[in-house]
Each structure stands twice: as structure tokens, then as C-alpha cells.
Design a protein around this ligand. Structure first.
Ligand SMILES: [Zn+2]
Length: 236
């Protein structure tokens, strides 16, 4: 495993540290099998169609120590709390309903920044690293300046298959440039310069308008979806 390289958040070259995606505290401390973009998209790679086993939980050597520590200490705990609430919502769900409504106490800006840190970490295309304003949005905890062509969404899932990738999908609506991280209780999705693949995702782009560490209380109605394959964007 390569342990030196370009940090996917700050862009500096140096030693890389293991980053859990999602955070270890958010139900990600057990061994998992997962696929990265190279296993899904690159038919020429010997890795195509294979899976990785990670005994530390899902993740990899993506970030420098400074970015790993910064995102972990500023945003990790907020995401953990959000994931615990989400797991309670999932456990108590009424199975007749496809949308799960639950009362949350949430730190919206922190959660959005944690989710985008995870997306930057797994983005081997560097399209997020080169997206103007995204690194500074994450590295400055108080920043509310967010790239205009980026939107972020969530859904509920209980599927154990881990999607951890980015790519392009085509639907009747056209082409979609997206990334997706699926790890119960949530599926996380971004769309770049395009519409999301579905209209019923719960959009959290507006979480950018809250202050750092600001907690809000309210009901969120989040759809329940089952990813169909490892390829981002498709559901049963
Ligand atoms: Zn860094």
C-alpha cells in the first residue's frame, strides 16, 4: 500500500495516514470488502471486478496527517452523532413507508463538511481537488463559501454492499457526474455540473448556510433506497 502521495484535500505531497471513510466511530471499525473506482470502471486493470478487504474498516491512505486530524476533530464527531440518529431512524422505521421521518439534533455545516471530506478522500480523479473553493471550504471550519456547481444529497440504506466511488451515469435525464458512498445508515451522493440521478434524494447542499458547531433540531424525511450494484447511481 502506497503511503506517500498527494493529499486529496490540501494537495500537498507527503506522508499519508489511514483515513476511515466513513469515520471509524460511525459504525466503521469492522473488516469490510469494498470496491473502488478502479475495480468498477477500469476494464484494463487487473483489479477490475475484484474487491479489497480492509481489516481496519473501509478507508485508505488518502490524506496527510494535518488534514486527517483537522477534518476528524472539527467534523468527525458531528457526523458520528448524525449517523447514530440515522441508525435509530432506520431501526425504528415503519416498513410500509419508503420515506423515513425522524427527529434529529444535527450540526448541519459540520456534517456537510465531513461528507465532503470523505468524497475528496476517495476521489482518485482529482476533480474535487481541482474544484475551486472546495478545499478551502473544508480547511477553514467557518467558511460558508461553497462551489456553485456542486450539490450534495443523502438517502437511507441498510445494504451491506459498500459503494465507494465516483463516475458518470446515464439516465433518461442525461449524463450525471457523481460520487457515492454507501455505508449504513446512509448513502451519500454528490452531483457535479449535472442533475442528480434521482429527484427524491434528500438534498443537504443548504447545510452550508449554518454556522460551524451550530446545532439545529428538526424532522428530516429521508428516502430509503437499496443500491442495485456497486456502480454509483443505480437502485432497486
Ligand atoms: Zn492535506
Amino acid at each position: 500500500m502506497k503511503k506517500e502521495g498527494i493529499c486529496r484535500i490540501c494537495g500537498n505531497y507527503g506522508k499519508l495516514t489511514f483515513e476511515h471513510v466513513p469515520p471509524q466511530s460511525a459504525f466503521n471499525s469492522k473488516p469490510v470488502l469494498f470496491q473502488k473506482s478502479v475495480h468498477i470502471h477500469d476494464k484494463n486493470s487487473y483489479l477490475y471486478g475484484k474487491k479489497i478487504r480492509s481489516n481496519q474498516g473501509a478507508g485508505g491512505y488518502y490524506l496527510c496527517k494535518s488534514c486527517n486530524n483537522l477534518t476528524g476533530s472539527y467534523y468527525g464527531d458531528s457526523y458520528k452523532k448524525f449517523a447514530y440518529k440515522g441508525m435509530m431512524a432506520l431501526t425504528n422505521r415503519v416498513w410500509a413507508s419508503r420515506v423515513i421521518t425522524f427527529e434529529y439534533a444535527i450540526q448541519p455545516l459540520n456534517v456537510l463538511k465531513q461528507i465532503l471530506s470523505m468524497f475528496m478522500a476517495i476521489d482518485t480523479s482529482d476533480q474535487l481537488l481541482h474544484l475551486e473553493g472546495l478545499s478551502s471550504f473544508l480547511l477553514n471550519k467557518d467558511s460558508q463559501t461553497f462551489p456553485k456547481n456542486l450539490r450534495v444529497f443523502i438517502y437511507h440504506t441498510s445494504t451491506k454492499q459498500v459503494r465507494n466511488g465516483w463516475g458518470m451515469a446515464r439516465t433518461s435525464k442525461g449524463y450525471h457526474y457523481l460520487g457515492e458512498i454507501t455505508y449504513p445508515p446512509f448513502g451519500l451522493v454528490y452531483s457535479l455540473d449535472s442533475e442528480p440521478t434521482r429527484d427524491d434524494f434528500f438534498e443537504i447542499t443548504d447545510f452550508k448556510n449554518y454556522k460551524f458547531n451550530q446545532t439545529v433540531q428538526g424532522r428530516l424525511s429521508i428516502p430509503f433506497l437499496t443500491p442495485k450494484t456497486y456502480i454509483p447511481g443505480l437502485y432497486n
